[in-house]
Design a protein around this ligand. Structure first.
Ligand code: XLS
Ligand code: NI
Ligand code: NI
Length: 462
């Protein structure tokens, strides 16, 4: 997410009667919208139907639903208001009075589960503070969270929608302005630890399949006031304690770190996939954590869209994907819905190659534009993105089944399959041997990388 504006609408304190109709357990939030159907022959302007996503359709031995594991995020879709640094909220939801009350929290959650069900996604994700209001004390906050978690559990059971992951919001409250696990003040570190402890317990109760850490404030704004080594040592200790506590309470979800180079901090320690992998290996935590990759963060780090997905997967560390996109012409995390088939095909190629994402999934950490003000836009955005990924899955499966790319790439590296190349590959060659080989064989012939050939092949499939 790029802007987090939890409470920016309405007068802010009490429930007003206009919202009461939504308080009933059987209230309908999206009247006039039914379950989104699969309609492959729909025309271009029919955007409230799936043209490609058919959950039960089998692709390479698994259903689309199993491969794609779509998830809706609660923060953008049910807490986003469209407010930005220059403008007031635009996304007015009829059930949301803008207050920080428990009744408003319950209405939002009920609306959420109706939305997930009508959309036909099997997973959702949240931050602790998205779903339940922060109280005056940690005890009160925890009580609020427990109460809302009870309702979440009830709604999960009723609808069959499951929790892909939970996370602690360690960035919005003013106490965290200088960081959480990397805060220069130990008492704030302790507060953050207490918050994550509680959230892990709630995640376990709700059967979360993963737990995410995204460190928007774990970084610095100036090196002049920052001891970067101490901060990263502390952050590593924070992660170690989280992993220990997870085991202690018997929570079996995968712990995931979500890299992002900057925003809101000038520099974030979890810069990109390789930085996080190196961090985890440096501190001996690489067996305890995997990565949740968000392509919009990858492009902010100056890499191509699919770069971190591919990097994390290559090292066996790809746990889940926050499936969004940025605007390459803008320099921030715009959290747009992924609509580009070529980009999503690149991601699905990696997912197929590693045999799936489970227990991770494709979580839509995306928000509708502040100008997309219809309730229907909430649906259309997700449907469009799900269809992009369904098409991408089909394209990626065809690429894999036909094996043309694989054959070309295999051929490109074939010199490593025998002789001196094999010794290099297996790590048994020496510099002396390689000098001798070169003296005997003379100047090698450089082969074409054929980039345009590969790009043209890609266009054939997409
Ligand atoms: C922010 C991140 C955030 C995480 C969850 O840019 O994407 O939304 O996914 O805290
Ligand atoms: Ni993000
Ligand atoms: Ni994210």
């Amino acid at each position: 997410m790029s802007s987090f504006a939890p409470e920016s609408k309405g007068s802010g304190s009490t429930d007003s009667s206009g919202y009461q109709e939504f308080d009933k357990a059987d209230a309908t939030f999206f009247a006039g919208i039914g379950k989104i159907p699969f309609k492959p022959d729909a025309g271009p302007a029919e955007t409230m139907v799936y043209k490609h996503y058919n959950p039960t359709q089998v692709v390479m031995g698994r259903t689309m639903e199993e491969w794609l594991r779509f998830s809706v995020c609660f923060w953008h879709t049910f807490r986003g208001t469209g407010a930005d640094p220059f403008g007031f909220p635009t996304l007015i939801r009829p059930w949301d009075d803008g207050s920080n009350t428990m009744s408003n929290a319950r209405r939002r959650l009920r609306a959420g589960f109706e939305f997930f069900t009508k959309l036909g996604v099997k997973y959702w994700t949240f931050h602790d503070r998205d779903i339940a209001p922060e109280g005056a004390t940690l005890e009160e906050t925890n009580r609020n969270l427990d109460e809302i978690a009870d309702l979440a559990l009830e709604l999960q059971k009723k609808t069959g929608v499951k929790l892909l992951w939970a996370t602690s919001n360690l960035f919005a409250h003013p106490r965290y302005m200088n960081g959480a696990g990397s805060n220069p003040d130990a008492s704030i570190f302790a507060y953050a630890a207490a918050q994550v402890k509680k959230c892990l317990e709630v995640a376990k109760r709700l059967g979360a399949e993963n737990f995410v850490f995204w460190g928007g404030r774990e970084g610095y704004h100036t090196l002049l006031n920052t001891d970067i080594l101490q901060e990263q040592n502390h952050l590593a200790n924070f992660f170690r304690m989280a992993s220990e506590y997870k085991k202690k309470i018997g929570f079996t979800g995968t712990l995931l770190i979500e890299p992002k180079p900057k925003e809101p901090s000038k520099h974030q320690y979890d810069y990109d996939a390789m930085t996080v992998i190196a961090f985890l290996k440096t501190y001996g935590l690489d067996k305890e954590f995997k990565l949740n990759i968000e392509p919009n963060h990858t492009t902010l780090a100056g890499h191509g869209y699919e770069h971190d997905v591919a990097m994390a997967s290559a090292f066996g560390m790809l746990g889940s994907v926050d499936s969004n996109t940025g605007s390459p012409d803008l320099g921030w995390d715009t959290d747009q819905f992924p609509m580009d088939i070529k980009n999503s095909t690149q991601v699905m190629r990696v997912v197929l190659e590693q045999g799936g994402l489970a227990p991770g999934g494709l979580n839509f950490d995306c928000k509708v534009r502040r100008e997309s003000t219809n309730l229907k836009d909430m649906f259309i955005s997700h449907i469009g993105a799900m269809d992009s990924f369904a098409r991408a899955l089909k394209c990626a499966a065809k690429i894999k089944e036909e094996g043309v790319f694989a054959k070309h790439v295999e051929e490109r590296y074939s010199s490593y399959r025998s002789g001196i190349g094999q010794k290099i590959d297996q790590g048994t060659a020496t510099f002396e041997e390689l000098e001798k080989y070169t003296m005997e064989n003379g100047e090698p012939t450089a082969a074409s990388g054929q980039q345009e050939h590969y790009e043209t092949m890609m266009n054939y499939y997409v």
